[in-house]
Write a protein that binds this ligand. Structure first.
Ligand code: NAD
Ligand code: WQD
Length: 338
């Protein structure tokens, strides 16, 4: 079976390509490399001893995208490609709506016209907005996304739901990721943020390697165990494995399904810092800063539905997440070096 992976050279996409290849699937990747490097393709080959077909194509280029469907036959599409920086999306909303929405609409159109109606979409816990209760189940109503990035995820979920409603031949799984961190245990692939990281773990690893002087912890007065924000961090390899399980569900004619992908455990910022220090032996200097606009106090998943329906549970713990994030940073101090 051949799987088309959009955004397959990115952070989560590359780990998923590895899992797919290791599970015997043939893989084709579409990525415009706007937030990733072609070096990832060699790294995937080093890990798996297999090669994925690579198409350097922008999803906004409808003709080029369609050409891939003309030349290859796909059994399922896993759609990671999108822009994901929350702060940037507030400053440049058009760019986010255009890239994420039009890219997805072009993809659906090509799929539909070529009779490929199996799709897994990368959604996010951000669609819940500020949760009314934690842990968050899939039944929790979608909330008010405070930024255009989150809006694109929520809108794409709606578009895909309507498409499935109109044509029952579509099998669509919406995966709502919580906070993916970590890296492949080999240290060959991982997360390479553009510029100063916005997310916690890449910021910590850059402090650890000496690129940044200290971590600023955004808020110490939340109604949480120690006053700092609580999140559900999930190892990217566990996340990748969930895609392989979700695909099996698709091939069993899933219809439309939504799954949270998290560990079900919430860790505060201070707990992550201390876990990182314990796992690596490196001290992370920090100071408290005001709350970051748009942040919420606590967000963690109920992952029961994925366990029940997909037979998937996250296996790595917070220490391994920290260790593998550090391992990638240490082995790739300048990222993929391009
Ligand atoms: P990433 O930026 O590492 O990967 C996305 C990939 O898509 C990149 O390689 C980029 O070059 C490519 N891309 C973007 N726009 C494109 C276009 N128009 N045409 C072709 N390629 C394009 O991000 P990631 O962390 O791997 O996230 C993957 C998906 O998961 C995204 O849709 C993201 O919104 C979603 N997600 C990520 C997180 C997270 O914290 N990392 C959490 C929830 C959901
Ligand atoms: C985690 C915690 C911060 C940086 C974001 C997106 C979400 C999803 C995942 C895509 C919070 C604190 C952070 C720092 C800090 N992405 N923090 N100092 O905000 O939970 O989720 O990524 O879908 O949509 O919003 O993740 O890693 O930025 O923050 O104190 O320098 O760490 O306040 O409590 P977040 P994060």
């Amino acid at each position: 079976m051949r799987i088309l992976v959009t955004g397959g050279t990115g952070f989560i996409g590359s780990h998923t390509v590895v899992e797919l290849l290791e599970n015997g699937y043939d893989v084709s990747i579409v990525d415009n490399l706007c937030n990733s490097s072609a070096v990832v393709l060699d790294r995937i080959k080093q890990i798996t001893a297999k090669t994925a077909n690579f198409h350097k194509i922008d999803l906004l280029d409808k003709v080029a995208l369609d050409g891939i469907f003309e030349s290859e036959r796909f059994d399922c599409v896993i759609h990671f490609a999108g822009l994901k920086a929350v702060g940037e999306s507030v400053k440049e909303p058009w760019k986010y709506y255009n890239n994420n929405l039009v890219g997805t609409l072009n993809l659906i159109d090509s799929m539909s016209r070529h009779g490929v109606k199996n799709l897994i979409f990368s959604s996010s816990a951000t669609v819940y907005g500020s949760p009314k209760v934690v842990p968050i189940t899939e039944e929790h109503p979608k909330g008010n996304c405070t930024n255009p990035y989150g809006q694109t995820k929520s809108m794409i979920e709606q578009i895909l739901t309507d498409i499935h409603k109109a044509d029952g031949e579509w099998n669509i799984v919406l995966l709502r990721y919580f906070n993916p961190i970590g890296a492949h245990p080999s240290g060959l692939i991982g997360e390479e943020p553009n510029g100063t990281p916005n997310n916690l773990m890449p910021f910590i690893t850059q402090v650890a390697i000496g690129k940044l002087p200290e971590l600023g912890i955004f808020g110490s007065d939340y109604d949480t165990k120690d006053g700092t924000g609580v999140r559900d961090y999930i190892h990217v390899v566990d996340l990748a494995k969930a895609h392989v399980k979700a695909m099996k569900k698709i091939f069993d004619n899933a219809g439309l399904e939504i799954y949270n992908l998290g560990t079900g455990k919430g860790y505060s910022v201070l707990e992550v810092v201390h876990s990182f220090e314990e796992a690596t032996g490196i001290k992370i200097p920090y100071s408290f800063k005001p709350r970051r606009e748009g942040d919420i106090a606590a967000c963690y998943a109920s992952a029961d539905k994925a366990k029940k329906d997909l037979g998937w549970v996250a296996e790595y713990g917070i220490k391994e997440m920290c260790l593998h994030s550090w391992n990638f940073q240490k082995l790739n101090p300048n990222g993929y070096g391009e």
